[in-house]
Design a protein around this ligand. Structure first.
Ligand SMILES: [Zn+2]
Length: 174
């Protein structure tokens, strides 16, 4: 299954996504399944709806190496963030070959709904926290390459360092 992603510099990526209404309609449920498939088939660890052509406040994430635990976040809002930050390079499935240096909070608490409309408040750390902040940016029409320092990814070694959305899953442990 090959799903075409919306890519930089497409202005579609620059529009702010809209709140999702509950209960989810069939179209939105299909969209979420499609996003998860698309995330895995592109070896990503996160994907926002805008990247597959929908301005809905939804993103999916799976930072595990096994790639079998997708999480869905709908209408997410940040309720708490750590003062500690970490600056690192990120890659984006919508900006292949590019990396942006971004300062992110190390820890972030998110309020969101799942597909059933159930509300959750959960704290995420490190890689998950970075991925979530990256995806939240997508919902606002922002990209990781907007922050300033940007480089083209060089060799394979560089690509492996580009963490977000380009995953270490390409080199599998099993
Ligand atoms: Zn991205």
């Amino acid at each position: 299954m090959n799903i075409e992603l919306v890519k930089y510099p497409d202005t579609f990526l620059r529009t702010k996504s809209e709140e999702v209404k509950f209960p989810l309609d069939d179209k939105t449920k299909r969209l979420i399944k499609w996003m998860i498939k698309s995330m895995y088939s592109n070896y990503g660890i996160g994907l926002a709806a805008v990247q597959v052509g929908y301005h809905s406040r939804i993103f999916v994430m799976d930072c595990t190496r096994a790639g079998k635990s997708p999480q869905t976040f709908i209408n997410p809002t940040v309720t708490k963030k750590s003062e500690e930050t970490l600056t690192d390079f990120e890659g984006c499935l919508s900006a292949p070959g590019k990396r942006g240096e971004v300062k992110r909070h190390l820890r972030i608490t998110l309020n969101y709904k799942d597909e059933e409309g159930e509300e959750h408040t959960k704290t995420f750390y490190n890689m998950e926290a970075r991925c979530i902040q990256h995806e939240l940016d997508h919902l606002e029409g922002k990209l990781c390459i907007d922050y300033g320092k940007t480089t083209d990814s060089g060799g394979e070694e560089d690509l492996l360092k580009a963490m977000v959305e380009s995953s270490s899953r390409t080199k599998s442990d099993d």
